[in-house]
Design a protein around this ligand. Structure first.
Ligand code: GAR
Length: 208
């Protein structure tokens, strides 16, 4: 059984989707812990209710990023993860942390990377007049919101879309692609070579 640790900062709806798919679809894996950088992250209560270990590593309680990253790594490594999943984890992780989990650290970002790294992705896409947006699951590298792409979803923009409407439609696709990408990882179906990811069964890596 592969051991998954999920890091969250808030609502944790992607974490919930992964926990539920893992249990319902009988993955060869278990979500062994959910760790938040905020004690008030609503997702913590859900995880605890499912009997999953929870922990808080509060970034404000640490002198700087390196001290925070070191404590986070100590807590995460205490659960001996095969895979660490960032699910709405809104802290930038330093290069030492990222390298420690190289090729076993996934993130989801609500844009079609490499477009719109960073914050306010939907607002920026609407301002740019994009006709399609989406979400990206990728392996994490030290550069923010970059790294080998595992799967993307594509969502058409409607003429009357505003930021919340677009965010909601993209989020619904996140709940489909993130569990699938994590499942592929724990089932050993992802190949990472020369910065590119392929799915060993030839399954589509885009949800349209
Ligand atoms: C999701 O939309 C996720 O893609 C985004 O935060 C939201 C978290 O929602 N992540 C980022 O912006 C990371 N750069 P959730 O807590 O309900 O999963």
């Amino acid at each position: 059984m592969k051991r998954i640790v999920i890091l969250i900062s808030g609502r944790g709806s992607n974490m919930q989707a992964i926990v539920e798919c893992c249990a319902e679809q009988g993955w060869p894996a278990q979500v062994v812990a959910v760790v938040a950088n905020r004690a008030d992250a609503p997702g913590l209560a859900y995880a605890a209710g499912r009997g999953i270990a929870t922990a808080v590593v509060d970034h404000r309680a640490h002198a700087g990023r390196e001290a925070f990253d070191a404590e986070l790594r100590r807590v995460v490594d205490g659960h001996a993860p095969d895979l660490v999943v960032l699910a709405g984890f809104m802290r930038i992780l330093g290069p030492a942390f990222v390298r420690h989990y190289e090729a076993r650290l996934l993130n989801i970002h609500p844009s079609l990377l490499p477009a719109f790294a960073g914050l306010h992705t939907h607002r920026r896409a609407l301002q740019a007049g994009c006709k399609a947006v989406g979400a990206t699951v990728h392996f994490v590298t030290p550069e923010l919101d970059h790294g080998p792409i595992v799967m993307q979803s594509v969502v058409p923009v409607r003429p009357d879309d505003d930021e919340p409407a677009l965010a909601a439609r993209v989020l619904a696709t996140e709940h489909a692609i993130y569990p699938l990408a994590v499942r592929w990882f724990v089932e050993g179906r992802l190949r990472l070579q020369d910065g590119r990811v392929t799915q060993s069964d030839g399954a589509s890596q885009v949800l349209i």
